[in-house]
Structure formats: structure tokens, C-alpha cells
Design a protein around this ligand. Structure first.
Ligand SMILES: C[S@@+](CC[C@H](N)C(=O)[O-])C[C@H]1O[C@@H](n2cnc3c(N)ncnc32)[C@H](O)[C@@H]1O
Length: 277
């Protein structure tokens, strides 16, 4: 009955005072994030800003300036923000036309071939490539697929190789049976496919990206859509540095804006668009 009176007149010394939040201008965080990853949020800021404020509070920061400082001094905080804000949507047998096209050009190939997925997210794309190549009878011992992504959580997921049913919805039942074994948490990629793919967490724009070696085939699908034009050019410049020769094949996603880019030669064959350096 006298609760209100008690709480006002007798201060409770154990009571913790809620910190004052002042999340006003997030522009420094957006700038920091796009310099780091290439990703621009543009029209999505009204959705993303509340996410960043929540994240900041979880990190014990009550202003965007405090978060900005923490991101520079705390690697775990930086990694967690990247994991929170990257869009990792992917699934098995996505945009298969390009993979089928590649398969036909590799089928009779006797040389070792390295394929890059930059980015490969949680692994559905590189595993789809390996599955398709196995299906058409390519010698997988001659193929190495390297899959990189800036998001460390999706890389861990890819390494485990266990997927929920919804990631597999494009796969025919016989492919599921041949290349997956049911596990407690979903479907696990079989070892013969797993061992074709190497996963590495890596930012395309960091110097470490250039340590991954060179490739005859480069997939970079559904990442450039998050970049502005200048960043797309920087991304392509980076990817070109890991091309093994003038004959390296580049494949981009249907939604990625790579038209009118003179840095690559455009080709069109059997209904498939691809690029060479
Ligand atoms: C939408 S997924 C595309 C995955 C797959 N290529 C596909 O098409 O299904 C985009 C991925 O790009 C990654 N990414 C964004 N910026 C990156 C960067 N600077 N370096 C490496 N990966 C990045 C994200 O973490 C995300 O997993």
C-alpha cells in the first residue's frame, strides 16, 4: 500500500542506476562499417540503426561514440558487429546455370583446378559446386574449392556442414540421399564432398585475402549488391589479383551490378554471362 511512498522517500542503496542512453547520430558507425566491409545500408538505415543501438547496449556502450571507440579497441566486438550486420542468405543449388556451365567446361579437364567462392557464406554454394561436379563425373581429386566469408559464424557453420531441410529445398531427393546423411540437427554433407572445400574467414578487402593463392574460376555472387559503385570496383580489383591467368572465369550473381565495368571482359555463351580479366 505504501510502496510508492517508501521507494521515493527511502533510497535503496542496492538499486542500480540505469545508465543514460544517448543514441543520436550513428553516421560514424555506418562509415566505420562500410570502410571495413564495403557494405552500405542506404535505405535500410531505419531498420539497422535500432539493431546497432541494441548491440551497443549489450556491449556496455550507451552512445554511438562509445561503441565507435570500443570497435577500435576490442576485436571480439568488431567481429560480433560484422556477424550481426552481414546478410548471409544462401541455399543449395542457387543460380545453377553458371555451375552447370562450369561443369561442362571442367568435365574433360585433366589439370588441377582451384575454384574460389568469395563469398561462400555458410557453405551451400561451394558444396553445391562440389556436388554438381561429382554428379557429372568430374574427378574431384583434381578440384579444390576455397570458400571465404567475412562472417566468422557462417564459416563455423560451413565447416560443420549440417543444414536444415529448408536449405536443401532445391535438391532432388536422390541428391539428398547421395550427398547428405541425416543428423540430429538436420542433414550433414558427406565427407567426400566436404573434403573438396576449404573454408576460411577472411575480408575481401584485407591484405590477408591475397594469401589464399590463385584460381582458375572465381565465383563472387550476391555480395556486390551490398556495395556502392566505388566499392564494387575495389572488390573486382581484389578478385582480379587472385586470378591465375587471363583465362580465369568470373561468375557474379544475377543481381550484382557488373555491367559497364571495363575492368573485365564480358562473355556470353549458352545463355550464361561470365567474365575474364
Ligand atoms: C548473400 S551472401 C551470398 C552467399 C553466396 N555467394 C550466394 O550467392 O548464395 C553474401 C555474403 O557476403 C559476405 N561478405 C560481405 N562483405 C564481405 C567482405 N568484405 N569480405 C568477405 N565476405 C563478405 C557476407 O558475410 C555474406 O555471407
Amino acid at each position: 500500500m505504501f510502496g510508492w511512498f517508501k521507494s521515493k522517500s527511502v533510497p535503496d542503496h542496492n538499486e542500480t542506476v540505469a545508465p543514460v542512453e544517448e543514441f543520436s547520430d550513428p553516421s560514424r558507425i555506418y562509415e566505420y562499417f562500410s570502410d571495413l566491409t564495403g557494405i552500405h545500408f542506404d535505405q535500410k538505415k531505419s531498420i539497422v540503426t535500432p539493431k546497432i543501438s541494441r548491440f551497443a547496449k549489450e556491449c556496455g556502450c550507451y552512445t554511438f561514440d562509445a561503441l565507435y571507440e570500443k570497435l577500435h579497441s576490442d576485436l571480439c566486438c568488431k567481429e560480433a558487429l560484422i556477424n550481426l550486420l552481414t546478410v548471409n542468405e544462401t541455399y543449395f543449388y542457387r543460380e545453377m546455370g553458371q555451375i552447370e556451365f562450369l561443369g561442362h567446361s571442367l568435365k574433360e579437364e585433366k589439370r588441377n583446378r582451384r575454384i574460389l567462392c568469395a563469398p561462400g557464406s555458410s557453405g551451400e554454394e561451394p558444396y553445391s559446386i562440389a556436388i554438381y561436379l561429382a554428379e557429372i563425373g568430374c574427378d574431384l581429386s583434381k578440384i579444390e574449392i576455397v570458400s571465404i566469408d567475412i562472417n566468422t559464424e557462417v564459416i563455423s557453420k560451413a565447416k560443420k556442414g549440417i543444414y536444415p531441410e529448408r536449405s536443401l529445398y532445391r535438391l532432388q531427393p536422390e541428391l539428398r540421399e547421395r550427398y547428405f546423411t541425416p543428423s540430429d540437427n538436420g542433414f550433414k554433407v558427406v565427407d567426400s564432398i566436404k573434403r573438396c572445400v576449404i573454408f576460411q574467414s577472411c575480408n575481401l578487402f584485407e591484405p590477408e585475402f591475397l594469401n589464399i593463392g590463385v584460381f582458375e574460376v572465381i565465383f563472387s555472387r550476391n555480395m556486390l549488391i551490398y556495395f556502392d559503385y566505388e566499392t564494387i570496383l575495389r572488390a573486382i580489383e581484389q578478385l582480379k589479383k587472385v586470378a591465375s591467368s587471363e583465362e580465369t572465369l568470373f561468375f557474379f550473381g544475377h543481381a550484382d551490378i557488373v555491367t559497364k565495368i571495363s575492368m573485365l571482359k564480358e562473355h556470353y555463351q549458352d545463355g550464361i554471362k561470365f567474365y575474364t580479366p
